[in-house]
Design a protein around this ligand. Sequence first.
Ligand code: TIU
Length: 221
Amino acid sequence: MPQVIEAEPAPLSIDPARTALLIIDMQRDFLEPGGFGESLGNDVSRLAAAIGPCRTVLDAARAAGLLVLHTREGHRPDLSDAPPAKIARGDPSVRIGAPGPMGRILVRGEPGHDIVPELAPASGEPVIDKPGKGAFYATDLDTMLRNRGVETLLVAGVTTEVCIHTTVREANDRGYRCVVLADCCASYFPEFHAAGLAMIKAQGGIFGWVSTSAAAISALG
Ligand code: TIU
């Protein structure tokens, strides 16, 4: 049964059977002190506000039987999939692969790579490990979505102007309709969060739509 979700620049009709919730990189490495986000000089406490709204949408999506997918940004322990240009940023003592209080920074299998407990994936929910900012680059996300007939993505996670933006641009070019849930996303820079959302919905929705957790829950309910 199609449902209408309130969004900008215009409401959107979605078919829940062809809609997926994509939660991007809600990992300890970005949200907690001692991880990758803090190693880049960021105030990681700025991302906490997205956890609660993400959880309410996650609960609603599970109750509605939506496909839920989670992504994690990170690298193989030998860093063979980490471009040297990506590693060579910031303070050398806390670069990707360096030891930290949550294990090696941005490395798969380390505690910091885990999704925060509030949003832990449930059994059967695909988890996509991605080496880049975009969730489609060097992953099987597109294959999974096409095999399930997905046409619309409800997008949540961090950070708005980096991994959310890159993923939404990749998804838009692949033909998916992206509805970015504003309060389920966050940035270390409030002004980038606001500008990032404005860019998505400008020009008649050039990359997608912007909505809220409440609107998504209402449409799924
Ligand atoms: N630094 C920053 O804002 N973000 C990232 O490095 N990755 C994601 O956004 N997930």
